[in-house]
Design a protein around this ligand. Structure first.
Ligand code: NAD
Length: 472
């Protein structure tokens, strides 16, 4: 069952139209399939005013009471998995199975976060003093999300802010506004008016949010370049920021692995959502002893993966989400063709309607080639050879990104020792792209600032307040 239009903004618990409109393209066809309202400065001011008015009563509730609201939201999402997943596939492109997983994860992660307790800590208790550390909500949190996982990347930061006592103004990417607006509509029946406000809008609305004096924090997920702009503009009011930015994750494959098994897993982690995942594997370093066999196995996976509309249940890879990103990924492929690398799969690319890119595997494209240095955010996998693990680590760490990375090997203790030397926020062993509600996730270096999920992520929405009592 599909949702029916129209879509509306949510401001102060009410449906609201916008001062403008967004046309939403289905990337499997390249054609507009829906429109929705877009907010400007007036709607933003109204949303911020509604959030500020709702804040005192929301802040006064207990964690348990706020967790109950989040649980009702998770229930509403669960009740709407199918229409939300179908809408997600139509606006974002990912295969229906992955869309269902994204919707499911949004509910599970938000419930998981509300099981974390935040209690005052006693720092000193002696004859003279009793000193406690409390955590209090910041106020109004602006949540800005990208187009690759619009449900998951909205619900995670949003429920983290709400559970800790903040009110929110949420803005999705102009490429994928529809599921977020629908979730806003579901939340209208659950949360007190003003606690949750949802505005669709373009990049300029994001810029207005990061400069708005009535917003106390921006929780931003998106590219490094935009993250830097958000941080610069937030500095005007010393807004707090959490930045979840891009990555260029390396996987290091040691000589003792089961080649066929690991090639399958690495192919999935590199091409899920057509590679449009912040923590997708974006570079693969393989020991020389197994290099040829691994390349052959990875290329076979690429050739066997079925490309098509995400609504077709046999599809493994959907389209690239938008024309700008499609042209960028095709640009990487053009550069690869001009370089020294050997294309092992994906030399033939589809033409015709939709933003489809067939998975491409390239051997030894050159360590300074764009496909190794930049974040491709598409199903194009560079595979490089190494002899010595220290050299593989140096190459894996030779990047301004530091989101995550992985090491694959049968000798788990050895692989763990190597993984711990990756300069990243998360180093995985024999897995990639695994996150949990009570485990912090975020980037080192230019991949971000702060963490999402876990008690660290929750405290990122709070101010530390010391209460210091002189006893005598
Ligand atoms: P983007 O930076 O272009 O846009 C992200 C959001 O920021 C959109 O809502 C956009 O409208 C808004 N925006 C644009 N300009 C703005 C400005 N000046 N001020 C405030 N907001 C502004 O990113 P994208 O292309 O939508 O997403 C892809 C990027 O997101 C990739 O680099 C990917 O790695 C990254 N990402 C990171 C994570 C993570 O958790 N670390 C997760 C998903 C995606």
């Amino acid at each position: 069952m599909d949702f029916e239009a129209p879509y509306s903004l949510t401001v102060g618990g009410q449906a609201r139209t916008g001062s403008d409109e967004l046309a939403v393209v289905n990337p499997a066809t390249g054609r507009v399939f829906a429109t929705c309202p877009a907010a400007g400065a007036a709607e933003l001011d109204a949303a911020v005013a509604a959030a500020r008015a709702a804040f005192p009563a929301w802040r006064a509730l207990s964690f348990e009471a706020r967790a109950a609201f989040v649980a009702r939201l998770a229930g509403a999402i669960r009740d709407n998995v199918e229409p939300l997943a179908r809408l997600l596939t139509q606006e974002q492109g990912k295969p229906l199975l992955q869309a269902r997983e994204e919707v499911g994860r949004a509910g599970t992660l938000s419930i998981g976060m509300t099981q974390i307790r935040i209690e005052p800590e006693v720092l000193v208790d002696d004859a003279q003093r009793h000193i406690e550390l409390h955590y209090v909500p910041l106020g109004v949190v602006g949540v800005i999300t990208p187009w690759n996982a619009p449900i998951n990347l909205a619900v995670g930061p949003m429920t983290s802010a709400l559970y800790t006592g903040n009110c929110i103004v949420l803005k999705p990417s102009p490429f994928t506004p529809l599921c977020t607006l629908r979730i806003g509509e579901l939340m209208r029946d659950i949360f007190p008016p003003g606690v949750v406000n949802v505005l669709a809008g373009g990049d300029e609305l994001g810029a207005l949010m990061s400069a708005h004096p009535g917003i106390d924090k921006i929780s931003f997920t998106g590219s490094v370049a935009t993250g830097k702009k958000v941080m610069a503009s937030a500095s005007g009011s010393l807004k707090r920021v959490t930045l979840e930015l891009g990555g260029n994750d390396a996987a290091i494959v040691l000589e003792d692995v089961d080649v066929a098994d690991v090639a399958k897993k690495i192919f999935f982690a590199a091409t899920v959502n057509s590679g449009q995942v912040c923590m997708a594997i974006k570079r693969v370093y393989v020991h020389e002893k197994i290099y040829d066999a691994f390349c052959t196995a990875l290329a076979a996976e690429a050739r066997n993966a079925k490309l098509g509309s995400g609504l077709d249940t046999s599809t493994v890879l959907g389209p690239i989400q938008n024309q700008r990103q499609y042209e960028r990924v095709r640009g990487f492929i053009d550069d690869i063709r001009k370089g020294p690398g050997r294309i092992l799969a994906g030399a033939e690319q589809p033409s015709g309607e939709g933003y489809f890119v067939a998975p491409l595997v390239v051997a030894e494209p050159g360590e300074s080639s764009r496909i190794v240095v930049e974040e491709q955010f598409g199903p194009v996998i560079p595979v490089m050879k190494f002899q010595d693990v220290d050299d593989a680590l140096t190459r894996a760490n030779d990047t301004r990104y530091g989101l995550s990375g992985s090491v694959w090997g049968k000798d788990v203790a050895r692989a763990t020792g190597i993984a711990a030397q990756l300069e990243v926020g998360t180093a995985w062993v024999n897995q990639h792209r695994a996150t949990l509600a009570n485990v912090p996730f975020g980037g080192a270096k230019e991949s971000g600032l702060g963490r999402t999920y876990s008690i660290i992520g929750l405290r990122g929405n709070m101010e530390a307040r010391v209460v210091s009592v002189l006893k005598s």
